[in-house]
Design a binder for this molecule. Structure first.
Ligand SMILES: [Fe+2]
Length: 429
C-alpha cells in the first residue's frame, strides 16, 4: 500500500513537472465510477489476468500473470478434455519506477482445430481452475467485436457485458486499453477485468496514447507495460515491432498499425506496411481491415489536428487506398462516427469506410462536441458509449453494427452492409 501511495505521489509530481500529455479538458458528460478489480487468487501462484491471442491461423498465445514465480506451462485439449497436450513457454517481468510486475507467462499452443472449444489449465502442476476458449473459424462467416478506448469503469463493464453476449469470434481493439497512465497496478486490475472475455476468445489489440507511458529522465522507454503484457504476433508478419503487425483469420487480412510508432515514408512501419499490403492475396483473404488509434477522419472537435492523425494520414492514406482496404477502424475520440467510403477528404467509391469507435467506456468520458455543419462524408455520429460488431458473412458481404450502451441495454443504433472490394470490379487495383 505504501509503495502504491508513493507511486501515485511520484506520478502526480511528475505530471506537474513535465506536464505529461494525458489528454483532459473536453466538456464531456461525467463518466461512471472507476473499477479496481482485486486479485482473488488462492495464492501467489494463482493464474490471473489470463488472455489469449491468435498466432498464425492455428496457434494461440496464452498469457497470464502470477504474483510469484511459477511454471509457464499450459495443458490443453479439445473440450471436455483439458490435458491431451501441453506446451511450455517463457516468463518475463518488468520494472516501472517502484513497481515490480508479477511473473508474466506466455505459451504458444497448437496446432489447433478451427471453430473448436478447448479447455486449458495453467501451471505445473496444473492449477485447479479450468479455462476454455473457442478458436476462430477457418472460413466465413466470422464475427469480430470491435471496441476502442476501453478503460475500466462501470461503463466499461457495461460494454464488456454486451460484447460477451454478442457471440463474437475475435475481439479487435484500436488502442487505449487500461488507462493505467503510469499507475501499473491499474494494468493488473484491467487484466482481471477483461479476463472473463479475453481468456475465452482471442483479443487482438494495437496501442493508443495511453499505452506510451514514457517519463522523461525517469522512465525513457515507451510501451514497457503494454509490450510486456500484450505480446501480439508481430514476428509472424515480418514486423520488428509489437506496435504494428498483421494476421489472417477466416479470409480476412487484419492490419494493426501503430499510431505512436514512426510512420513517415522512411520509417520501418511504412516499409513494413507497403510490403505487407503487397503480399495480400485477395483470393485467400478477400477482406482487408485496418486498425489505427488516432482517426484520420473525424468531425468531432476532440483531438483535431493531432500529428498522429494528420501526419499518419498524409503518409499512409495512399497505401491503403491503392491496396483497396475495405474498412479502417480508429479509436481515440470517445464517441462513434461512421464515414462513407473516402479518400483525401472526399467521398470515393474505391476508398475505405472509416469508423471511429473510441467509445468503450473509459474514465475520461465522452467527446460530445461536433464540428457543425456535419461534413457530407460523415454518415452517422453520436457521442455515446458502445461497441461494434463486424460480421463478415462471405467473400463479398459484411454487416457492420454499432451497439449503443443505452441505460445498460445494448441498442443497435447504426448498421450497414459492406461490399468487399474483391467483389467489386469497378475498383480493380
Ligand atoms: Fe487515445
Amino acid at each position: 500500500m505504501l509503495v502504491q501511495r508513493m507511486c501515485m505521489l511520484g506520478f502526480l509530481l511528475i505530471v506537474g513537472i513535465f506536464q505529461i500529455d494525458v489528454v483532459y479538458g473536453y466538456n464531456r458528460p461525467p463518466p461512471r465510477k472507476n473499477l479496481v478489480i482485486p486479485n482473488s487468487g488462492q495464492n501467489s501462484q494463482s493464474p490471473q489476468q489470463v488472455h489469449i491471442s491468435a498466432v498464425g491461423q492455428n496457434m494461440m498465445r496464452i498469457s497470464w500473470i502470477t504474483d510469484s514465480p511459477a511454471s509457464a506451462k499450459v495443458s490443453y485439449g479439445p473440450s471436455p478434455s483439458a490435458n491431451a497436450s501441453s506446451a511450455t513457454g517463457t516468463t518475463s517481468s518488468y520494472r516501472f519506477l517502484l513497481y515490480n510486475s508479477g511473473s508474466i507467462h506466455e505459451v504458444v499452443i497448437g496446432p489447433l482445430n478451427p471453430n473448436t472449444v478447448y479447455n486449458y489449465n495453467l501451471g505445473d502442476p496444473p492449477f485447479s481452475q479450468t479455462y476454455n476458449f473457442k478458436t476462430p473459424p477457418s472460413q466465413f462467416p466470422i464475427k469480430f467485436a470491435v471496441v476502442g478506448d476501453l478503460g475500466q469503469t462501470d461503463w466499461t463493464k457495461s460494454t464488456l457485458d454486451h460484447v460477451a453476449k454478442s457471440n463474437y469470434d475475435m475481439l479487435i481493439l484500436p488502442g487505449d486499453l487500461a488507462y493505467a497512465d503510469f499507475i501499473q497496478n491499474l494494468w493488473d486490475s484491467f487484466g482481471r477485468l477483461v479476463e472473463p472475455l479475453a481468456s475465452q476468445r482471442p483479443w487482438m489489440v494495437t496501442q493508443g496514447n495511453h499505452e506510451v507511458e514514457k517519463l522523461p529522465l525517469i522512465h525513457g522507454t515507451p510501451f514497457t507495460a503494454y509490450n510486456a503484457r500484450w505480446h501480439m504476433p508481430f514476428e509472424e508478419s515480418g514486423s520488428t515491432s509489437n506496435l504494428y503487425y498483421s494476421f489472417d483469420v477466416a479470409g480476412v487480412h487484419v492490419i494493426m498499425l501503430g499510431s505512436y510508432a514512426p510512420f513517415d515514408s522512411s520509417s520501418p512501419q511504412f516499409n513494413w506496411l507497403k510490403t505487407d499490403l503487397q503480399k495480400v492475396n485477395r483470393t485467400n483473404t478477400p477482406w482487408v481491415v485496418v486498425l489505427i488509434h488516432a482517426p484520420w477522419y473525424s468531425s468531432n472537435t476532440a483531438h483535431q489536428g493531432e500529428f498522429e492523425s494528420t501526419g499518419m494520414k498524409a503518409s499512409m492514406e495512399d497505401l491503403l487506398f491503392q491496396a483497396r482496404v475495405d474498412v479502417v477502424f480508429a479509436g481515440h475520440v470517445h464517441a462513434y462516427e461512421r464515414f462513407t467510403r473516402v479518400y483525401k477528404d472526399k467521398a470515393d467509391n474505391c476508398g475505405p469506410v472509416h469508423i471511429t469507435i473510441g467509445d468503450g467506456g473509459n474514465r475520461e468520458g465522452l467527446a460530445s462536441k461536433y464540428i457543425d455543419p456535419k461534413p457530407d462524408i460523415s454518415m452517422f455520429r453520436e457521442a455515446s458509449f458502445g461497441h461494434g460488431t463486424l460480421e463478415i458473412v462471405n467473400a463479398s458481404h459484411a454487416q457492420w453494427t454499432w451497439h449503443q450502451n443505452d441505460n445498460d441495454e445494448a441498442v443497435v443504433s447504426d448498421s450497414m452492409w459492406l461490399t468487399s472490394f474483391s467483389s467489386n470490379p469497378s475498383c480493380k487495383q
